[in-house]
Design a binder for this molecule. Structure first.
Ligand code: DGJ
Length: 735
């Protein structure tokens, strides 16, 4: 998978249909040659890294090489203040206060498999033949600082996982002020920048615009990957669409502050980059110490956005998500949040569980409000002891009663937070992030615990582990309902305060790792005020994430469509809720709410003790359909058929790997008078096979008919929908 040619030094990383190539410039710089369609390894390509200088180019005089122009090289890992003027990947302040690195090739290693990234989430392999890893050492001769670039290429995929490790091999301390995971140069700027901005209840909408000169970027300064900018962007060749054209993806396996983008230079060439947000970041490296960046996963496809999504979906569900639940159908749940909010008693919960069971529900989740004296969002985070009025006998008896009703029991937690009105805060007022002498800014009446301090992580871990040991808890919803402000730690010396935001994430990851190792059978669902921390970092610990607090079916079309660009449908929590919808007041038909929720891990978020008999019958059918299609959800390839961003309706489908089964969903937003909707053309089916609709509008068609002519969609009312569950059939041809 990785080929090295010695003269001149050239590297070829061979993916399924793609090649990533680099060469060492005669001056020692590691330069990029190509990423895209597959190439035969040929050392002559190294010529590409020699570039003519431009007026105003800084030039390095080198014996035998003349003067090498430095602002035109296609650097793999560009530095600051030594001749390149674009966005650097790394910057360091030396002991004498000066900045600058000149990174030159020193050596490399090629090893089978993929090493772990200590303390960080990452993609992985199960056997060494699944991937090969190339590590290239670059060094600055003046300071001794070494950068080791890591590239993993996976067999049968078109993805490259990249990260960097910065080691101080010099005699003096230094401070790393920027340590991106990777940069990547492109010839030309004929690309669209696609990214997933949003807000609470409006996460991951798709935006696309042509690259322009200068920098276009995404970032988070919130201490979480955030609702506002997902740590993902793509560069799509101009004209590339869902099914055609070259697309490059950049997805950071990290849940904290991030920064990614593309800079178009004076020659209209492009440099893409991604990593931890440099603002506010300063990491001290004493001699021999190292800093490891998170991993960024590059994906490439020449089959448009669908091809790109399939690369990410397959890798993330197979080799990012881990553990017991990775390859198992997840239970269909009911969550009491929208049914009761804080207004519940044990009796009310048992009644809700009792009404849910006959619908086919398998897991009952007790959300916020079960602990301390929490009757609203004003208090008690950190006091993880059962609420004395609501759960007078504790959690275990409730969990057991739910189990006796035939349901698993799940629990909501928000371990990273503390309420100022809590016993924990009164006992340890310095355990939150804060700056002495400044106001402690609250968000949802709460403060953020200082998870950059191991003693804080340890204390909260002990409490949470006891809860999971003491009651039969099969599922945890891990919430995080505010962003980080006054990022500073009472446990850290002044010169190391710039490490706090990243050390916070390392503390969170250490906590999560310990928890998933200690409780391997618990299903964890990530959440951060809905989808505020829906990123690959979280997926390494939690195989699913609550996609958004907005449970309105029509809003969800956009949210889920954007999410599906990177994240596999089986990672998306998607629930049916009551109408009028609690977030935006919209009334949609039950079937539409159900069909939209089939795009992810299906559940209910409603008071089924008050539902009408017709609603209960409808719910029973939808739960059954979710059960019948959840295997498809876990393995199937997802196709976005009609974008909710481009018109008045939306459609998507899932197809099983062999094309034997498919689920298709179409949703109309606002009906128009006298309008016949266009036929819905499907994708990914076996063209020669016949398919029968086993749930939904009756019919039997050949795969080619479904893909070339399509299904008719006789919908006439606002918010109406159709779902087709198709199965391959054998036997006589359809008439
Ligand atoms: C925010 C979550 O996204 C909701 O689903 C719910 O769990 C609330 N927090 C509880 O406070």
């Amino acid at each position: 998978m990785i080929i090295y040619l010695e003269s001149p030094r050239t590297f070829f990383l061979q993916g399924a249909d793609s090649t990533y190539a680099m060469a060492v410039h005669p001056a020692g710089y590691l330069c990029h040659l190509h990423w895209g369609g597959k190439l035969h390894p040929d050392a002559a390509l190294a010529e590409l890294c020699r570039q003519e200088g431009l007026p105003f180019s800084p030039r390095q005089p080198l014996p035998g090489l003349g003067k090498v122009a430095l602002d035109v090289l296609a650097y793999e890992y560009p530095t600051a203040n030594t001749g390149d003027f674009l966005t650097p990947a790394v910057d360091v302040v030396h002991a004498d206060g000066t900045r600058g690195l000149r990174l030159l090739y020193r050596g490399h290693r090629i090893t089978p498999g993929k090493p772990l990234l200590p303390g960080l989430p990452a993609t992985y392999v199960e056997t060494d033949d699944e991937a090969s890893t190339l590590e290239i050492d670059l060094q600055d001769t003046v300071s001794g600082i070494q950068v080791t670039l890591s590239y993993t290429v996976f067999a049968g995929r078109n993805v490259i996982a990249r990260s960097a490790r910065i080691t101080n091999r010099g005699p003096l301390p230094c401070t790393v002020t920027r340590a991106l995971s990777a940069a990547l140069p492109f010839s030309g700027r004929e690309f669209d920048f696609i990214h997933l901005p949003g807000a609470w209840a409006r996460e991951r909408w798709v935006e696309r615009h042509p690259l322009h000169s200068g920098t276009q970027s995404i970032c988070s300064r919130r201490g979480a990957s955030s609702h506002q900018h997902n740590p993902f962007f793509a560069l799509a060749a101009t004209g590339a669409d869902e099914a055609n054209g070259e697309v490059y993806g950049f997805s950071l396996v990290y849940s904290g502050n991030h920064f990614g983008g593309a800079e178009v230079d004076q020659q209209f060439n492009t440099r893409a980059f991604m990593g931890i947000m440099p603002e506010g970041f300063a990491w001290k490296l004493a001699p021999t110490e190292s800093f490891q960046t998170p991993e960024v996963v590059f994906a490439w496809s020449d089959a448009g956005l669908t091809g790109l999504s399939h690369q990410y979906h397959r890798l993330y569900r197979e080799r990012l998500v881990r553990g017991y639940w990775r390859d198992r159908d997840r239970p269909i749940l009911i969550n009491n949040w929208e049914a009761t909010y804080f207004d519940f008693t044990t009796e009310k919960l048992l009644k809700l569980a009792g009404a849910a069971k006959p619908l086919g529900i398998e897991l009952f989740v007790l959300d916020d409000g079960w602990f301390g004296s929490r009757n609203s969002s004003d208090s008690s985070l950190g006091d993880w002891f059962p609420h004395s009025a609501r759960l007078p006998d504790g959690l275990a008896p409730l969990a057991k009663s739910i189990n006796e009703q035939g349901l698993l029991f799940g629990l909501w937690l928000e371990p990273e937070m503390v309420s100022p009105d809590s016993r924990l805060y009164r006992d340890h007022p310095d355990w939150c992030l804060h700056i002495a002498g400044r106001d402690r800014t609250e968000g949802r009446n709460q403060l953020v615990l200082d998870f950059s301090r191991p003693e804080v992580v340890e204390a909260i871990y002990e409490r949470i582990a006891d809860i999971l040991k003491d009651a039969p808890i099969s599922y945890v919803k891990w919430d995080m309902n505010r962003h980080l402000t006054e990022v500073a730690s009472a446990g850290r010396r002044p010169e190391r305060q710039g490490e706090t935001a990243h050390r916070y994430m390392l503390g969170v990851y250490a906590f999560m790792e310990r928890l998933v190792q200690a409780f391997p059978h618990v299903l964890f669902e990530g959440c951060a005020g809905g989808g505020g921390r829906y990123d690959p970092g979280i997926l390494h610990y939690m195989p699913q994430v609550w996609c958004s607090d907005n449970s309105d079916a029509i809003s969800r079309l956009r949210i889920q469509h954007g999410t599906s660009l990177v994240y596999p449908p089986c990672t998306m929590g998607a629930h049916v809720s009551d109408v009028p919808n609690h977030q935006i007041g919209r009334v949609t038909p039950l079937d539409t709410r159900g069909h939209v929720a089939l795009a992810g891990q299906f559940g209910l978020e409603m008071d089924v003790t008050k539902s009408s008999p017709e609603t209960l019958t409808g719910l029973t059918g939808l739960v059954e359909l979710a059960r019948q299609t959840r295997d498809l959800l876990r393995h199937g390839d997802h196709y976005r058929l009609v974008s909710p961003f481009s018109g008045n309706h939306a459609a998507w489908m899932l197809v099983s790997p062999g094309g034997d089964e498919a689920l298709v969903v179409f949703v109309l937003e606002l009906a128009e008078p006298n309008r016949v909707l266009p036929r819905l053309r499907l994708r990914g089916l076996d063209s020669a096979a016949r398919y029968r609709c086993i749930h939904g509008p009756e019919g039997e068609w050949f795969g080619d008919q479904l893909m070339c002519i399509g299904l008719s969609v006789p919908l006439k009312h606002d918010f109406a929908s159709l779902a087709w569950h198709l199965r391959k059939v054998s036997g006589p041809s359809p008439t």
